[in-house]
Structure formats: structure tokens, C-alpha cells
Design a protein around this ligand. Structure first.
Ligand code: PMV
Length: 361
């Protein structure tokens, strides 16, 4: 399937909407945490390797868009009720970018109101939830303006494509429970242009928990965009992309079998490799804080001494995502309270879990 071609052709059909037509759409879309990481990309947000993530439930963005046709590209953006010029600029260039697929955007006024259920730029993938929520809104505006009647599957696939153009990992965020983005020989339906929902896995993973330990709430010193860019000259990049492909195959097996101890090993190896790539970049950099390392050690000790299948993973930041099956919730939360909270900024932890994906609100 060539989605770029399909959506370019659609754009030729749905160019100009009726002047004065107006309406309102709203979506809630969650963040996600990658198990096999996407790190490194080509032109147009094409990933260098496939990735798989858990969709979260408590960490989400809610976006409401009011639109009116004929007002020539006027944009108002409010984040948590306030103007935010930095985000506004990024959204403006995103809208410019996707206007090849939605030509009507150049002749429409948009008022966008967004709120997050979690602190942005805290190491929780806020761009994933933000761009998936916005992409869903824009796709729905197209539906309303031109009276389209796509299947929910076609609608979500198009939204995933558009979300990807804002932030790669956003392509995965809108699907329930688990999603895969990037072409993999082990998933025939997979694509570099859109994410697909995963369905064939042991039920233990539908109820996995992710307690996010906020070790550091400051802005990241090196953005993901810069980090992806540094992969071009990383001497280990080729091996890394090969490893990620192999990990997709291993994870596929583990997900089917429900072997949570092997899951733990694989997920931790992925997280450490992601950060190893940052260390080996030129210039190299380090996003860990002392608390990150202390918490990683404690999680590993807890797993080994109690035989509880708890593990950690990391995004491009210092915060630690602590993953564990639902049946271990009580024991793990007690462990977090007594041993890990002390490393968190103002004792902050977000108890999240696998969720159902984006919903219209
Ligand atoms: O979607 P981006 O460009 O913010 O990149 C995100 C990359 C990681 O979060 C580190 C890994 C991933 O697959 O989500």
C-alpha cells in the first residue's frame, strides 16, 4: 500500500470547502511508551527501523478545534488555556506541512485548544499525544467539510499517517493497547507510513501497568529531533537498526507466549541501547540523572530477589517507566512507595497502564 499516493490523490478531490461552513471537533489521544524503540529516521519521518509500543491510558492530550471556512489560514492556539508561541509555531509549520494532503487548510481559520493530563516535556511523550489528537481533529474536519464516510479503520489509518508527520511516535499513539510502526518482515501488514494495531498477544499484556517515575521534570538538554539527526553519523547506527529488527521478531514471540521474564530482559535491553546510541553520538550526550541509575539498579534488584517480572524502560529523557503485570500491582506499588519515590522530583509518580487509544470527546 502506498499511502502517500492514496492521500495525495484524495487531496485532489477535496480541495475547496464551502465558504462560511463552520464546526467543532474534539479528540482525546494518549501518549505511548515504546518497547522496541524508534531512533533514527529518513526524510519525511520514515523510520530507520520498526518499533512497538504500549498505548497508555492516563497520560493524554485533549484537543478541541473550532473551524470556519473562508478566513484564510488564521490560527489561534491555546495550551492549558494560554497562548503558547513555541507550540503555536510548531503547529503552524505542521499545518503547512500537511496542507499538501489537506488543501482546504489554507482557506480555513482554526482555533485550537489543547490540554495535557501530564506535565509536557517531562520525558513523557507529549508530542505523541499532542500530534495524534490534532491529526484526528484535522481528519475529522475533512470528513465534515466534504461529507466523507470512511470506515473507522480507514479513518484511523489516515490519522496515523498525518500524526506521523508531526512526530514519528505519534503514529502509534491512537491505537488500542499495542501498535507497531515501520516495515517489518514479521508483520506483513506493517508500513513505514502508518502504524498498525497489534492483536495477537497474550492477555497478560493487555493489563500491563506503567508507573512513570518523574526523576527530572526539566526540559531535555537535547531534543528528540536533534537526537534522531545524530544517528546519521553514529558509527553503530547500522548494527542498531539490525538489532531493532531482530528485537521485533523476538518480541513477537514473547508477546504471544506471555513470558514476562523474557519480556523484561528484552525491554530493558532496548532502553539501554537507545541511551547507548546517545552516548556514542558525536557529540555524545547523556540524559540520565543520578536518580535514573539508582532507580534502574533498584528495579533490577527487586526483580531478582523477589522473582517479580518488573522492568524499566526509558524514553529520550531521565524519567523511568516501570512496567509490570496487573497481578503484581500491589507488591510493586509498595516497593515504589518505600524505595523509589525518594528519587522522584517532589515524590512524583504517574501510575499509568495500557489503554484503549484515542476517543472522540
Ligand atoms: O516521535 P519522536 O520524534 O519524539 O521520537 C521519539 C523517540 C522515542 O520516544 C525515544 C522512542 C519511541 O519509539 O517512542
Amino acid at each position: 500500500m502506498n499511502y502517500t499516493k492514496i492521500y495525495t490523490e484524495q487531496a485532489r478531490r477535496y480541495v475547496k470547502a464551502i465558504n462560511g461552513k463552520k464546526g467543532e471537533v474534539a479528540w482525546q489521544s494518549p501518549s505511548n511508551i515504546a518497547l522496541v524503540k524508534y531512533w533514527g529516521k529518513r526524510h519525511n519521518q520514515i523510520p530507520e527501523n520498526p518499533s512497538i509500543s504500549f498505548t497508555l491510558s492516563e497520560s493524554y492530550t485533549q484537543t478541541r478545534v473550532l473551524y470556519e471556512v473562508g478566513m484564510s489560514g488564521r490560527l489561534i492556539f491555546r495550551f492549558n488555556g494560554q497562548a503558547n508561541p513555541v507550540f503555536g509555531k510548531r503547529i503552524n509549520s505542521y499545518l503547512d506541512n500537511i496542507s499538501v494532503f489537506f488543501p482546504f487548510i489554507t482557506n480555513i481559520s482554526l482555533e485550537i485548544h489543547s490540554t495535557n493530563s501530564f506535565p509536557h516535556s517531562s520525558g513523557i511523550a507529549s508530542s505523541a499525544s499532542a500530534f495524534s489528537a490534532l491529526a484526528l481533529c484535522i481528519c475529522q474536519i475533512e470528513q465534515q467539510l466534504f461529507g466523507l464516510n470512511e470506515s473507522p479503520e480507514a479513518f484511523f489509518t489516515k490519522a496515523s499517517f498525518m500524526a506521523r508527520l508531526g512526530s514519528g511516535s505519534a503514529a502509534r499513539s491512537l491505537f488500542p493497547e499495542m501498535a507497531l510502526w515501520g516495515k517489518s518482515a514479521f508483520y506483513p501488514q506493517s508500513s513505514n507510513e502508518v502504524a498498525i494495531v497489534l492483536t495477537d498477544y497474550h492477555k497478560v499484556f493487555s493489563r500491563f501497568h506503567d508507573s512513570i517515575l518523574l526523576i527530572d521534570e526539566g526540559q531535555k538538554t537535547v531534543s528528540s529531533t536533534v537526537g534522531h539527526g545524530l544517528m546519521h553519523a553514529n558509527p553503530y547506527a547500522k548494527q542498531r537498526f539490525q538489532q531493532a529488527n531482530n528485537h521485533i521478531a523476538l518480541l513477537q514471540e514473547v508477546l504471544k507466549s506471555g513470558d514476562v521474564m523474557r519480556f523484561a530482559e528484552l525491554v530493558e535491553q532496548e532502553a539501554l541501547t537507545l541511551h547507548a546510541m546517545m552516548l556514542a553520538s558525536s557529540p555524545g550526550y547523556l540524559l540520565f540523572k543520578p536518580g535514573t541509575i539508582a532507580v534502574i539498579d533498584k528495579i533490577r534488584n527487586f526483580r531478582n530477589s523477589n522473582h517479580v517480572p518488573i522492568c524499566f524502560t526509558l524514553d529520550a529523557g531521565a524519567n523511568v517507566h516501570c512496567l509490570y503485570p496487573e497481578e503484581n500491582e500491589h507488591a510493586v506499588k509498595k516497593f515504589i512507595e518505600s524505595e523509589l519515590l525518594a528519587y522522584c522530583s517532589q515524590n512524583k509518580v504517574i501510575h499509568d497502564k495500557v489503554g484503549e487509544g484515542a476517543v472522540q470527546i
